[in-house]
Design a protein around this ligand. Structure first.
Ligand code: CP
Ligand code: NVA
Length: 302
């Protein structure tokens, strides 16, 4: 049997494929706006495994499948055998004999890799502790729509060297932009992932320095899902890392602000920034739908 094509990180795409996918996402968005019916996945089913909470990811994948003429099944460990210790390999073997594509949001990245190794159908990473590649598809589509190609531009990542930061490093390599990361000591991205980004990536401590003349400023929560008990320690460590109006003022006048959401106003971002004129967070959230439909086409039809 032919090995299925998985999407576990952005590195599963070539630069050309990613460019094409982003263009296609914009096309699919326009088709939807025009009210065109396009149902290439009739009769196809997606299994959606969520071991962590979600609003955007669940609704965008489920809606995308329905718009494509297919169906999606929500599976949580609370009410499936996944939460009662059925081995990952067995779950992968069984589910992939029934559905056509499987989306997983989980903790350890190794778990999704293990699942994918035993799956007959494509597996999509809907967030692990290491990566959040689907969010980057939406972010990169949003930048392209608002400002054109991101190649050669400068992006400032302010905050935790987390799963989103790792996916930004992957994107910097694939789309060839500069990425300045400002994070407190002890919260840096993983060395191996940083190294893949090469000279395009600069690691700094000062958010103002990272944002200087940047074309895009991005942040994320200080405590990710699974780190709830570290909340207060992190709030202290990240106190100087809020994206404020002064941070935005050091970026280019037409710089955009992005956040994958959910956001905490007054922590990682000031309300005046996320609700201000440079913020494109609602467009960014909507684009989860369009870019993931483009991803489904790539994995299931191309
Ligand atoms: N940005 C994002 O993945 O949102 P959800 O956690 O709501 O899916
Ligand atoms: N870094 C965040 C992203 C949420 C979409 C988390 O992992 O919780």
């Amino acid at each position: 049997m032919r090995k299925p094509r998985h999407f576990l990180s952005l590195n599963d795409l070539s630069p050309e494929e990613l460019q094409r996918l982003l263009g296609r996402a914009i096309e699919l968005k326009a088709m939807l706006r025009r009210g065109e019916r396009y149902e290439p996945l009739q009769g196809r089913v997606m299994g959606m495994i969520f071991e962590k909470s979600s609003t955007r990811t669940r609704v965008s994948f489920e809606t995308g499948m329905v718009q494509f003429g297919g169906h999606a099944i929500f599976l949580s460990p609370r009410d499936t055998q996944l939460g009662r210790g059925e081995p990952i390999e067995d779950s992968a073997r069984v589910l992939s004999r029934m559905v056509d594509v499987i989306m997983i949001r989980t903790f350890e990245h190794e778990k999704i890799q293990q699942f994918a190794d035993h799956s007959r159908v494509p597996v999509i990473n809907a967030l692990t502790d290491r990566y959040h590649p689907c969010q980057l598809l939406a972010d990169m589509q949003t930048y392209l729509e608002q400002r054109g190609a991101i190649q050669g531009r400068t992006v400032a990542w302010i905050g935790d060297g987390n799963n989103m930061c790792h996916s930004y490093i992957n994107a910097a390599r694939l789309l060839d932009f500069r990425l300045r990361i400002a994070c407190p000591a002890g919260f840096e991205p993983e060395d191996a992932i940083l190294a893949e980004g090469g000279e395009r990536i600069t690691l700094l401590r000062d958010p103002l320095q990272a944002a200087e003349n940047a074309d895009l400023v991005v942040t994320d929560v200080w405590a990710s899902m699974g780190q709830e008990e570290e909340q207060s320690r992190r709030a202290e460590a990240f106190a100087a890392y809020q994206v404020t109006e002064s941070v935005m003022a050091t970026a280019k006048p037409d710089a955009l602000f992005m956040h994958c959401l959910p956001a905490h106003r007054g922590e990682e971002v000031a309300a005046a920034v996320i609700d201000g004129p440079q913020s494109v967070v609602w467009e960014e959230a909507e684009n989860r739908l369009h870019s993931q439909k483009a991803l489904l086409e790539l994995l299931l039809i191309d």
